[in-house]
Design a binder for this molecule. Sequence first.
Ligand SMILES: [Zn+2]
Length: 314
Amino acid sequence: MKRKTVFIIILCAALIAATVVIVMLTNESTTGNNTAYTANKELAEGDAKSDAENSTKTAVCSFYPVYIAAKNIAKGVEGLNLTCLSQPQTGCLHDYQLTTDDVKLIESAGLLICNGGGMESFVNAAEYAKTYPGLRVLYASENLPVNELEEDNAHYWMDADLYEIYAQKVAIALSDFDTENAGIYMENYAAYREKIEETIALRDELSLEGKKVVNLSEPLSYLATDLGMEVSMFIDLEEEESISADTLAKACEILRSEDAVILYDEEGAEVANTLVTETGAKAVCLDVITTGDGNEDAWISGMTSNYNLLKEIQ
Ligand SMILES: [Zn+2]
């Protein structure tokens, strides 16, 4: 009996020992797997990191107003190459033709930020999707509040409220494109929105509701209506090579009979001067923010200056 008990005890001890060894082995192999997984994960993360470090993302803006908005949104972001297709002195893109360098730039980009509304007639988003599968195209004016838009007038950035939404769309597009820096883009947008709203506060101090306007610049149509002014006559100097005597006479009549003011940009200086000489009406030369030195504050300073100039005709 004693021997049998000793045998059972030894057998149990052996079983316990075997179980302990098995459990230890299992644990070791699991830990081993975990170690391998962690190492692989680190390797994968390392790869992704070096990929991100090595490949700079490129976002291309079509022209000045879009570029100024994007410059504010992308401030301080490393690894993003933000460029502008047209030169800062090009102005609007109504008749723009792509150069070979432009095409190369688009090919190298991951995001193309456009104004929309027909401004970039050279961009065919559907065609681009096929030709450049890795390229996203954003129209900053997409789904802007329709009742505030004018047909065939794509100079939306001249309406301060529309510009705030426009900048927000640029921020969302950049965040989606470069998710790693999404937080910075949205923070930058919040800061930029504050600046835009400070500028809007200057607009709201003006009292120009119902003031009649002879407008010589299409972009200024948004600015005028945003201020509640009424455009009695628009002379499209971009379309008309020379202004007819009839058109001039009609403009003079409106300026006199409606006590209207002339709004123009620097392109319209000559016509504005003629009208002032003829009628003695007040004329204000405003910044349409399509050209400049590329300073990120171009929209803020341009609109602030515009609102200050308009104080003179209240
Ligand atoms: Zn234009």
